[in-house]
Design a protein around this ligand. Structure first.
Ligand code: MGD
Ligand code: SF4
Length: 734
C-alpha cells in the first residue's frame, strides 16, 4: 500500500534555501550590466526578476545575503506566481551554485563527442564561430544554417540569425510538445490555447484532465488553482492509464487503455448530442457543422468506446453528464505535451468539440479570454529577404506545420539526407536535442554530417558534448532578458534582471547574440549597445516607467473583460466560417477528415509493455538534473510496473533492471517501482534522466532515458508532430 500523498506534500511551494557548499569565488569578470551590483556586500538585498526553470515565467524575488544568492520566493505582485514558486522555481538557487556549470567558452580539440576541449576567450570563440558561419553561408547559402532555440533567452539569437538571412528556425515546443493542441484549437476556434493556458480552473465547477497530470506537471498558477479547486470541492475527472497525483484528488478516475482517448471523446460527443445535454443556444449561434456532426457521431456509442478504452459504458456516460451538468463552468483540459500517437490533432479536435458543445468558450469556469499588455516592438531595420522554402516542410507536406516554431525533426532529417537541400551548420540555444528529439541515433547521424555545430548552454549537456564551440550563458538569475508579456487574466509586463553576477566567464544571451552579430557585420541590427536601452525603449514606448518595472519586477495593466459574463462579445473572426468549426472546413480542404477520427493504437509484442513517460514535479525536461538542490529531492527516475506484472515477472520493488525496446535498444539501469497505480499493459518513467554526458557529474547515468528508448515515432500528417508513445519495452534483469 502506498503512502497517501497529501495536498501539502504535493504542492510544497516553499522557499528552498541553499547553504552554499562549494561556492566558487566570483571571478574578476567586469559586470557589464548597467544594473549596479555594487553595495550588496552586507545584509539582504531583494531583486525582482522572473523564473526560467520552466517557461511559465513566474515572477520571483531573489534574496542576496552578504553578496551571495540566498533564496528565491514568488513575487506577490506577479499574477503568475501570486507570491509562490513551485519546487523547481525555489530550487533555482542550485543552478547558480552548480559546480558542473559551463564556466568559459570552449573549442573542441578532438573528435566530436569525446568531451575534449580547449578553454578559450570570448573573442576567439565568437570570431571562430562567425568565420565558420560566414564560410558556410558563402558556400551553401543562408538556407544551410539552422537555429534550434528554446525559451525566452533565445530571442536575440533569433534576431541575429534572421538578420544573417536564416529562416530555418525551430523549437521543440511545437513538434514535440503542444503543436497539435494549438493547431486543433486554431482550426476549431481560430485561436490557440497558448501559454499560460487559458483554462479557468479557478472558477470551474467541474473539469476533466486527459493525460494532464497537474501536480506532477508543475505549472505554478495552474497547480495553485488546482489545489484551490480540490479544496472547494470541484468535481474533477481524471483520465489516465496511471493513477496520477491528480487522479488521487479526483471524483472520477478513468484508467484508460493508452492511445484510445479519442474513442472516449467521440463517445462523450455522442452522448452530449444523443441525450441533448449540449448548450443549444451556444451551438446554434456560434458553431458550424452541427448537423453533420450529429450524423457522423452516431456509431460512437459508450458501448463501442468500452471495447476500445476498457472504460465501463456507465462511467463514460456518468462523467460526461457531470461535465454537462455544470456547463458552461466546466471544461475538458486540452493538455500540454500532446504529441502522443501521431494522430494528435484529431484527438485534440475532439477535445475542442466537447468544449464547444459545453458552450464554455470565454465563459467563467470554462476558457477565459487572455489579455496582453501592449508593448511596442523595438524599431529594427527589416531583415533581408530569404527567398527559399523552409527545409523542414518541403512542398508543405504538413499543411498545418508551425511557422513560428517549425519542425525540429524536419531539420534533422534534411541534415541527414541533404533533401530538399543540405544543412551544414546548427546553432543550438537552450535545447538538449539529444534528449528532446525522438530517436537520438538519428540526431547523432545528423550531427556527423554538419560542418559546424555551435551550442549555447549553461551546463555541459549531451548536445554540448557534440559541439565544435560551446558558449556558456549566464543563468537566468544572472542576466537580463526579453520582457515577459505573456497573455493572461490581466495584462502585465515582467522584467528579468540579474539578481547576482555570473560566477565565472559566462555571458548574457543578449550580449552573445549582439557580439556575434557585430562579428558577422550586422551591427546595424543592434542600434542599442546594452539591453537596458532596448528594454527601456519598449517599456517607455508603452507609457510605463522602466524604473518602476525594475523596482517591482512587474507592472499590471488595467483589467479587461475576459468572460462573456463581464460583457465580452463572443466572436470568431479567424475561422473561415467565422464560427466555431465543429466541421473543419480547413481540414476538409486539405483532404483530411473534417471530424475527429479514431485509429486503434498498435498492440505491444508479446512480453512487452507500452512505454509511457512524463514530468516529475522537481525537474524540467533534461535541464535540471545537474542542480544539486533538485537532485537531492529526486535523483533518478524509476520505472513504474503494475504489481501483478511484477509478481509474474519476479520483479521486486527497488531492484535495478534495464529496459529493452522493440528495436533492441537497451537503457541504462533503472529502479523498479512496483505499484497498483498503473495498468498492466504499460510502464511509466519520468522524462529527463539517464544523462550520458560525463561532465554532468551528479547526473551521469542516473536513471534511464526515455528518449533513447523512443526509436520509433509517428508523424502527425496534419502538422508534423512526433507521436512518441508507440514504443514498447521489456525487462532485462541486472
Ligand atoms: P531540455 O531537454 O530540458 O529541454 O526539450 P528541451 O527544450 O530540449 O533541454 C534544455 C536545455 O537548455 C538544457 O541543455 C539546459 O541546460 C539548457 N538551458 C537551461 N537554461 C538555459 C539558459 O538559461 N540558457 C541556455 N543557453 N541554455 C539553458 C523540451 C521538449 O522536449 C519539450 S518542450 C517537450 S514538451 C517534450 N518533452 C519530452 C518528454 O516529455 N519526453 C521525451 N522523451 N521527449 C520530450 N521532448 C520534448
Ligand atoms: Fe519557475 Fe515553477 Fe514558475 Fe516554472 S512553474 S516558471 S519552474 S516557479
Amino acid at each position: 500500500m502506498e503512502a497517501k500523498v497529501t495536498r501539502r506534500k504535493f504542492l510544497q511551494i516553499s522557499g528552498a534555501t541553499f547553504a552554499g557548499a562549494a561556492i566558487v569565488a566570483t571571478s574578476n569578470r567586469v559586470v557589464e550590466n548597467a544594473f549596479s551590483l555594487s553595495g550588496r556586500k552586507k545584509g539582504i538585498v531583494k531583486v525582482p526578476s522572473y523564473c526560467s526553470l520552466c517557461f511559465w515565467k513566474c515572477g520571483l524575488i531573489g534574496y542576496v545575503k552578504d553578496g551571495k544568492l540566498w533564496k528565491l520566493e514568488g513575487n506577490p505582485l506577479d499574477p503568475l506566481s501570486k507570491g509562490r514558486l513551485c519546487p523547481r522555481g525555489s530550487g533555482g538557487v542550485g543552478q547558480h551554485y552548480d559546480p558542473d556549470r559551463l564556466k568559459a567558452p570552449l573549442v573542441r580539440i578532438s573528435s566530436r563527442g569525446d568531451e575534449k576541449w580547449k578553454v578559450t576567450t570570448w573573442d576567439e570563440a565568437l570570431n571562430y564561430s562567425a568565420k565558420k558561419l560566414m564560410e558556410i553561408k558563402d558556400k551553401y547559402g543562408p538556407q544551410s544554417i539552422a537555429l534550434f532555440s528554446h525559451g525566452p533567452g533565445g530571442v536575440f539569437l533569433k534576431h541575429t540569425l534572421k538578420a544573417f538571412g536564416v529562416k530555418n528556425i525551430t523549437a521543440p515546443s511545437f513538434a514535440q510538445c503542444r503543436g497539435p493542441r494549438e493547431v486543433a484549437f486554431e482550426l476549431t476556434y481560430g485561436e490557440i490555447v497558448g501559454s499560460p493556458e487559458r483554462t479557468d480552473i479557478k472558477n470551474s465547477k467541474c473539469f476533466a484532465l486527459i493525460g494532464s497530470h497537474l501536480g506532477e506537471n508543475m505549472h505554478n498558477t495552474q497547480v495553485q488553482e488546482f489545489a484551490e479547486a480540490i479544496e472547494r470541492g470541484a468535481n474533477i475527472i481524471v483520465v489516465d492509464p496511471r493513477f496520477s497525483i491528480a487522479a488521487s484528488k479526483a471524483k472520477y478516475y478513468l484508467p484508460i487503455k493508452p492511445g484510445t482517448d479519442t474513442a472516449l471523446l467521440l463517445a462523450w460527443i455522442n452522448i452530449l448530442i444523443e441525450e441533448e445535454l449540449y448548450d443549444k443556444e451556444f451551438v446554434n449561434n456560434y458553431t458550424h457543422g452541427f448537423e453533420q456532426l450529429k450524423e457522423y457521431i452516431k456509431p460512437f456509442t459508450a458501448e463501442w468506446a468500452f471495447v476500445e478504452t476498457g472504460i465501463e459504458p456507465d462511467l463514460i456516460k456518468e462523467t460526461i453528464r457531470e461535465l454537462a451538468r455544470y456547463k458552461p463552468s466546466s471544461f475538458v483540459h486540452p493538455g500540454r505535451r500532446v504529441n502522443w500517437y501521431g494522430n494528435d490533432v484529431q484527438r485534440i479536435r475532439a477535445i475542442a468539440i466537447v468544449n464547444a458543445l459545453l458552450g464554455n468558450w470565454n465563459r467563467r469556469g470554462g476558457f477565459f479570454k487572455p489579455v496582453k499588455m501592449d508593448i511596442p516592438k523595438y524599431p529594427y531595420p527589416p531583415y533581408p529577404e530569404a527567398n527559399y522554402e523552409v527545409v523542414y516542410n518541403p512542398n508543405s507536406r504538413f499543411p498545418f506545420a508551425g511557422e513560428e516554431e517549425g519542425l525540429t525533426q524536419g531539420v534533422r532529417s534534411a541534415t541527414i539526407t541533404g533533401e530538399p537541400y543540405p544543412i551544414k551548420a546548427w546553432v543550438v540555444y537552450g535545447t538538449n536535442l539529444i534528449q528532446t528529439l525522438p530517436n537520438p541515433s538519428e540526431t547523432l547521424e545528423a550531427i556527423k554530417k554538419l560542418e559546424f555545430l555551435l551550442v549555447i548552454d549553461v551546463i555541459p549537456n549531451e548536445i554540448a558534448m557534440w559541439a565544435d564551440v560551446v558558449l556558456p550563458e549566464a543563468i537566468y538569475l544572472e542576466r537580463f532578458d526579453e520582457l515577459n508579456i505573456s497573455p493572461f487574466r490581466v495584462p502585465f509586463v515582467g522584467i528579468r534582471q540579474p539578481v547576482v553576477p555570473p560566477p565565472h566567464d559566462q555571458k548574457d544571451g543578449w550580449w552573445i547574440a549582439r557580439e556575434l552579430a557585430v562579428k558577422l557585420g550586422l551591427e546595424q541590427y543592434y542600434p542599442w549597445k546594452h539591453i537596458e536601452e532596448y528594454l527601456k525603449y519598449r517599456v517607455e514606448a508603452a507609457g510605463l516607467s522602466y524604473e518602476q518595472l525594475k523596482k517591482d519586477g512587474v507592472i499590471l495593466g488595467n483589467e479587461q473583460p475576459i468572460y462573456v459574463e463581464d460583457g465580452l462579445k463572443l466572436e470568431f473572426p479567424y475561422t473561415p466560417t467565422q464560427k466555431i468549426e465543429l466541421y473543419s472546413t480547413q481540414l476538409a480542404e486539405k483532404g483530411f477528415s473534417p471530424f475527429p477520427t479514431y485509429e486503434r493504437p498498435p498492440e505491444p509484442p508479446p512480453g512487452y509493455f507500452r512505454l509511457l513517460f512524463g514530468r516529475v514535479p522537481v525537474h524540467t525536461f533534461s535541464m535540471t538534473q545537474s542542480n544539486r538542490i533538485l537532485m537531492d529531492m529526486v535523483e533518478e527516475n524509476e520505472v513504474w510496473v503494475n504489481s501483478d506484472v511484477a509478481v509474474s515477472l519476479g520483479l521486486s520493488n527497488g531492484e535495478y533492471v534495464r529496459l529493452k525496446n522493440q528495436d533492441g535498444k537497451i537503457s541504462n539501469k533503472v529502479k523498479v517501482r512496483v505499484t497498483q497505480r498503473i495498468r498492466p499493459d504499460c510502464v511509466y518513467i519520468y522524462h529527463g534522466f539517464g544523462h550520458t554526458s560525463k561532465s554532468l557529474k551528479r547526473a551521469y547515468l542516473k536513471g534511464a532515458s526515455d528518449s533513447e528508448l523512443i526509436t520509433h515515432y509517428d508523424l502527425d500528417p496534419i502538422m508534423g508532430g512526433t507521436g512518441m508513445n508507440n514504443n514498447f519495452v521489456t525487462f532485462v534483469k541486472e
